[in-house]
Design a protein. Structure first.
Length: 400
């Protein structure tokens, strides 16, 4: 496994911070446990004694005797032999009921630097807000970026495009690159999806109608990147399956978002400079999920590329919105430190009409913030102050 410097560089300033819990969260199998081991390795290289590193993985039956916060606190305190900082790593902490009470009790001693990981919404902001408000920093871990995939596969420049199409089909979860044939890759991805669905969504969030949940996910995958309309999906479900309430629809979509299967992207009104709550877009967290749920459908390369650009922008620390103009839309409005940028994405600028469509989307944007069009074309189509970037070069770190 490659070193996940994208995340480690954000966390290093907090290694010795005892007043803040470090929460590492995200979709299952994105490498959160690996990041914990890499943090421990860095601490050892900084001459931290290994006896001051406490690692517990709650997927192991070794810790089945820990049944609540009192057991957890008691067990961690049993390792303490001196007054130096102890670094505590709690992997898949959501398996322990009321874990917040234990880690908060440990935190107030200023004796522990605590790192926790989890795979579902229970270890993000919603349920931690009461006991840990203002007392944690969080880091969301995503599947591998294209740069990381190039590194992990040792792919030469001449094969970048082939690798990109492989990612379109099979996604970016780290472990899937260990499998070489289609059957084992599909089997692995199916197992990951099933574990997310059954353990994170159905079990922990108490979703009862799994078939309806799957139908909703199927619809979101088939309409990925489009403006979402609750009326359309309710009509679709009524026609193809059964009628459900708007409340049930929103609850199930929230379940999919809180377990990181899909990401909700809010619209941003460029003219009014405000975030809108209607007609959001959704992007699947990993394209491998689409492989499992695709039902033999042909890969939509344009949407796959848009998905990867979205995740690359997120990985670079941007807030990402879907842009709304007076008479149209921009794929992405991205923000960082009060700086705005606009991004259009397409597979190929194959003819004058397509070029006009992508570049012309900016005609309604009156400000002077940077504007980009990203496509797979190698020819540079930059014009009128709008910069064109080759998609593979962008995914490798160039531009924006």
């Amino acid at each position: 496994m490659i070193k996940r410097n994208l995340y480690l560089k954000e966390m290093r300033d907090f290694y010795d911070e005892t007043s803040l819990i470090k929460i590492i969260y995200g979709l299952r199998r994105t490498g959160k446990s690996i990041i914990l081991t890499q943090i421990m390795s860095e601490l050892v290289h900084q001459n931290v004694d290994e006896e001051h590193l406490i690692y517990l993985n709650f997927e192991s039956l070794k810790y089945s005797f820990i049944n609540g916060p009192e057991d957890l606190e008691r067990y961690i305190n049993s390792f303490v032999k001196d007054k130096q900082i102890y670094y505590v790593f709690l992997d898949e902490i959501q398996k322990i009921e009321d874990f917040e009470k234990a880690i908060n009790s440990l935190r107030i001693t200023n004796h522990f630097s605590i790192f926790i990981t989890g795979s579902n919404g229970r270890v993000t902001f919603r349920e931690l807000a009461t006991d840990l408000s203002g007392r944690y920093v969080s880091f969301r871990v995503h599947p591998l970026t294209f740069r990381e995939i190039v590194a992990i596969t040792n792919t030469p420049v001449t094969a970048y495009q082939r690798l990109l199409y492989d990612v379109f089909e099979w996604g970016s979860l780290p472990q899937r690159f260990s499998f070489k044939n289609k059957a084992t890759k599909l089997n692995y991805l199916s197992d990951v999806y099933d574990s997310i669905l059954l353990k994170d969504v159905v079990d922990r969030l108490k979703i009862k109608d799994v078939t309806t949940l799957n139908k909703i996910l199927q619809y979101l995958l088939e309409t990925e990147g489009r403006e979402f309309s609750n009326k359309n999906i309710l009509a679709y479900l009524k026609d193809k399956y059964k009628e459900i309430s708007t409340e049930t629809l929103y609850n199930y979509i929230e379940a999919l978002c809180s377990t990181f299967i899909v990401n909700r992207v809010y619209r941003y009104d460029i003219q009014k400079k405000e975030v809108l709550k209607t007609l959001n877009k959704f992007y699947v967290a990993d394209l491998g999920v689409k492989k499992v749920k695709a039902s033999g459908r042909r890969i939509n390369e344009a949407i796959c590329l848009e998905n990867l650009v979205y995740h690359e922008l997120i990985a670079r620390g941007y807030e990402v919105y879907a842009g709304k103009t007076k008479n149209g839309k921009i794929d992405f409005v991205v923000m960082k430190n009060t700086e705005y940028k606009y991004v259009q994405v397409c597979c190929h600028l194959s003819n004058p009409a397509m070029i006009e469509k992508e570049f012309g989307a900016y005609d309604a944007v009156q400000d002077n913030y940077p504007k980009y069009v990203i496509s797979l074309d190698r020819e540079n189509f930059s014009r009128d102050g709008i910069q064109h970037i080759n998609a593979i070069q962008f995914l490798k770190g160039k531009g924006i």
